[in-house]
Write a protein that binds this ligand. Sequence first.
Ligand code: TYM
Length: 330
Amino acid sequence: METVLSGIRPTGNLHLGNYYGAVTSFVKLQDIYRCFFFIADWHSLTTHPTPDNIQRSARTILAEYMACGLDPEKSTIYVQSDVPEVAELYLYLNMNAYLGELGRVTSFKEKARKQPDNVNAGLLTYPTLMTADIIIHKANKVPVGKDQEQNMEMARKFARRFNQMYKVDFFPEPESFSLSKDGGIKIPGLDGSGKMGKSDDNCIFLCDEPSVIRKKVMKAVTDAGPQTPNSEKPEVIQNLFTLLEIVSTKDTHDYFNDKWNDCSLLYGELKKKLAEDIIAVTAPIRERIKEYSSNTELLEKVARRGAEKGRESASKTLREVREIIGFKVY
Ligand code: TYM
């Protein structure tokens, strides 16, 4: 049976980008495949969070993912640092990953520019840790957003390299998975930027109250309005239409698109409708987030059980990897 795996760095609350980029696909796949979902707390160490921060964020994300429909009966849900086998595989992969190729990764170059005082080795080797996350369970399908494409390419490359190096057909080459027709999804930000990230003025979080969502959407960046019939939409406006395509009905999208085309579109009207449609999607999730967040006992039980199942699968792979590499197996 094929294996599906996905993960998230616990560095804030879940936003619409995470939800449509990865979570919705994962939730659908958990009925069909062997599924693993994990919280990438080791990955978050690149920005030096405090111990309290790490623990709280992992719990928050766990509650939020469960509120989105991740089911511990169907999927193995675990915290990365509970499965130390991943770190050993990361070590092996690092021996066959080269400075040149790691240094060329776009997200590394961006982070190095953003945090010049903290260009640590963990940032550089992010793609090898991500590869270890995926191939430790021999995952075939990885639901991720478009922004992870390059990391996924690296994962395929490192899996292939291991197989070639040891002349085995051991690790499958993992494929990105998206429910959208044209490959990965990229949910745009509200500040006119290309991608919804984790900053407050750019994001709608799943836990945002309706009043907050209305305020954020009404403040979304726009321009002076359509000037020429049937003209192409500038990026900031296309962003709003992309969000409509995702959360609203086709009729709603077409209604505003026609108004854009005949230059009668009022951004206020579009934003009002967009905000209400986002609220319709997020309101039931927000309610469940509140329930799960207050159920510490359940969260701990899920994480404990997930750690057991995650380790069982990971240690099986690692035993075989050690043997392939040539370490003595007792
Ligand atoms: P992270 O924590 O940045 O995001 C988690 C997931 O959400 C997706 N995503 C988006 N999708 C569409 N539009 C957006 N605006 C948007 N923003 C975020 C991301 O593509 C991702 O799927 N490196 C990963 C975490 C990770 C991982 C892994 C994922 C570590 N190891 C192994 C899969 C498999 C990351 O930083 O995601």
